[in-house]
Design a protein around this ligand. Structure first.
Ligand code: GAR
Length: 211
């Protein structure tokens, strides 16, 4: 099982979905750490209740010095022997150095069908654009924000009477299904980088039908 850290900044509902999947010993990722850049992240208490090690590295303490903040994070990650990182509502942009060190080993979930609507306020922007389909994307993290190779996506309809809240809730439900699947594919080697894109390979053996 690949030793995995989940990085959060807030509520942690995606974190909870990943913890639940990883509670199965057959799941290819083991969650060894939940790290928050904010001490008040609600997800920390949820992780502790699930018996997972937690850590806080307050990004505020370093102000604009993102590299120093990341050095502090790297120390915690190294101490736990972390091999994979899953960003789950982690609201800090990472430096090129950090993303390069974790290239191919760091995933993010984003609440839109990338490359549409990178950045913030994705649901409001989808409504304003009048798109009929919206959704979420799990991708590998590269220096360009929300630009990395796509691992998996899920789409939902946009309904005529949707508000930002109703649309966000419909997407979030899909996020909670998609992220555990995508992390499992990376941790097991089913998802591999090939020429800048993620390719899915059928796993060997009798589990091949499970996809
Ligand atoms: C999720 O919708 C996630 O996709 C989004 O923040 C929310 C976190 O919720 N991430 C981003 O916007 C990243 N830029 P959660 O803390 O309940 O998982």
């Amino acid at each position: 099982r690949r030793r995995t850290a989940i990085l959060i900044s807030g509520r942690g509902s995606n974190m909870s979905a990943l913890l639940q999947a990883a509670a199965d010993p057959a799941y290819p990722a083991e969650i060894v750490l939940v790290l928050s850049n904010r001490a008040d992240a609600a997800g920390l208490a949820r992780a502790e209740a699930a018996g997972i090690s937690t850590a806080v590295v307050e990004s505020r303490r370093w102000g604009r010095d993102r590299a120093a903040f990341e050095v502090a994070m790297e120390e915690v990650l190294a101490a736990r022997g972390v091999e994979l990182i899953a960003l789950a509502g982690f609201m800090r942009v990472l430096t090129e150095g950090f993303t390069a060190r974790w290239a191919g080993r760091m995933l993010n979930i984003h609440p839109s069908l990338l490359p549409a609507f990178p950045g913030l306020d994705t649901h409001a922007r989808a409504l304003a654009a009048g798109v009929r389909l919206h959704g979420c994307t799990v991708h590998l993290v590269t220096p360009g924000v929300d630009e990395g190779p796509i691992i998996a996506q899920a789409a939902v309809p946009v309904l005529m009477d949707d508000s930002e809240a109703t649309l966000a809730a419909r997407v979030l439900e899909q996020e909670h299904r998609l992220y555990p699947a995508a992390l499992g594919w990376v941790a097991s080697g089913i998802a591999r980088l090939d020429d800048g894109r993620v390719v899915l390979h059928a796993p060997p053996g009798p589990s091949a039908g499970a996809l």
